[in-house]
Design a protein around this ligand. Sequence first.
Ligand SMILES: [Zn+2]
Length: 210
Amino acid sequence: MEEIRFCPEHGYYRGERCECGMAGEVIMSEERTTRLGKFISGALRHFPDKLKLDIDERGWVSFEELMRVVRRKYSWASKWHVLALLKSDVKGRYELTDDKIRARYGHSIKVDLDFPECNHEVLYYGTSEEEADRLLEVGIKPVRQRYVHLSTTLEKSIEVAKLRTERPIILEIDAKKAREDGITIIQATEDICLSEEISPEYIKKVVKIG
Ligand SMILES: [Zn+2]
């Protein structure tokens, strides 16, 4: 992760310079951004119980309560550090209301997220060469995760897969048919849709990259 700075014109951003070219005031160092980011992500996606954080079935937590556990762990962290982290997050990991916060995706705990239905006809899932054969046989299951994460564009799926393998295989999912057959697919962010298990019949094409 990069440091977080503040541009008076455009708000919080990651890196040295804002898109306008201005080098704003540093709000949080790279190290603190990484540590705070990992902690908040873990608290909302993986271990709220361990922190005695009250989380509802939709994944929401009171912002005040989150601040309480954040401060217990990092005494330097203020509400402004947390807001800077959330507002500079270009991946849209979090959803924030006046007094509540939740992760939009990436949960391993059991949640029942209520995002609108995704209306993409095709979705993409990036994987490795070794894994692809198995998925074509057994389908894509949410292993260690609450949902299967699908990308809305080919480019995004390649980007995600490249974090794990140099030569990704992209599976094209017939999302339209899956929905017609009653499988729920919801839109978490512009780039990510979440679904229950995708069985092999909905994998309609295999694209080799690189
Ligand atoms: Zn700016």
